[in-house]
Write a protein that binds this ligand. Sequence first.
Ligand code: FAD
Length: 358
Amino acid sequence: RCVGVDVMSSVVIGAGQAGLSASYHLQRLGIEHVVLDADDAPGGAWQHRWDALTMRDVHRVAELPDNPPPVHDGRRANQAVPASFGDYERRHRLPVLRPVRVTRVTDSDGLLIVHADDADRPTRTIVNATGTWTHPFIPHYPGMETFVGEQLHTVDYPGPEHFRGKRVLVVGGGASAVQFIGALAPITDTLWVTRREPVWRTDDFTPEAGRAAVALVEQRVARGLPPASVVSVTGLALRDQERAAERLGAYDRRRPMFSSIEPDGVRWPDGSFEFVDVILWATGFRPAVAHLAPLQLRGPGGGIQLDNHGRGTAAVRDPRVQLVGYGPSASTIGANRAGRVAARGVARYLTDHAEIPD
Ligand code: FAD
């Protein structure tokens, strides 16, 4: 199943923002590579985001090297960002193949073999850019399988109209939960539960605050712990879109986590109970890296340790592997920058391990 006999210099896995940035920089460095992407169309995870999300709701989402910044108007983000990424791929002639899903990456005599649903590709390095969207996280609570109402995760969010007139429990303390409540409280009866007290940002989101948030995730990754989401450590803020929900007191009705789920609602340790029709789990994502398991990159802490004290993109356990859009670079700004760091890391590895003919 190997494609030809040629060994690639690099294979980029994933063509979201992080993968496209890496491909652009690999191309500039003259490193021949291919980008394998599981989706049918350009746009990374943005093509799957809900219809109600507009370009006004998102910040600097489509930053890519050598690309004009996107216009933040009322267009749907799930159309505008994919259109812009598709245009970028064509303009820079990036070597993207899709739909091609990578199932696992193995090691064979010092070469990496990227096993995909179309073929197996031997390569000297990989840049993993598979994001988190395909790996939604829902915590387990006793009784959750007995619930007769509807349970949805952020990945399934169909927009506010679907919930009109229902009693909706939003679970989670991140930006997605805040946005969902903003959209739902005016047309539904919402309840909000979070594991920890939400941390509200009172000041504007400054570059210093952004760097401090990224530094927290770097420290975790440097220690080989599973990364926290960068977006989760920046603190929460209400935007104009959420003011109506705020006036209705929707953010004040927050409660700590319940302890169990029953067929028609949720129960807290003190015995109190709330009836709900829908549980919306805005409980985040985990890095989609299961296909890298054969390489045994995870340390005892459960995370993949990255070089340069967590600021780099090379896996400490295997410098042939770069991870972008992972840990500290799992943000729109970080993913764009990490592509460049990763391409340089690939170049360095190839130079240091150049085969010298006899
Ligand atoms: P993605 O855009 O997810 O792209 C990954 C690509 O990899 C996809 O095209 C997918 O098809 C492909 N892929 C996955 N698995 C495989 C496989 N096995 N084989 C082949 N291809 C594969 N960041 C911010 O900075 N600010 C925000 O406000 C913000 N909001 C967010 C809201 C949500 C709901 C989510 C989920 C994320 C948010 N982020 C935010 C994070 C940000 O969107 C991403 O970190 C950033 O866009 C970089 O994306 P990416 O390229 O790493 O991944």
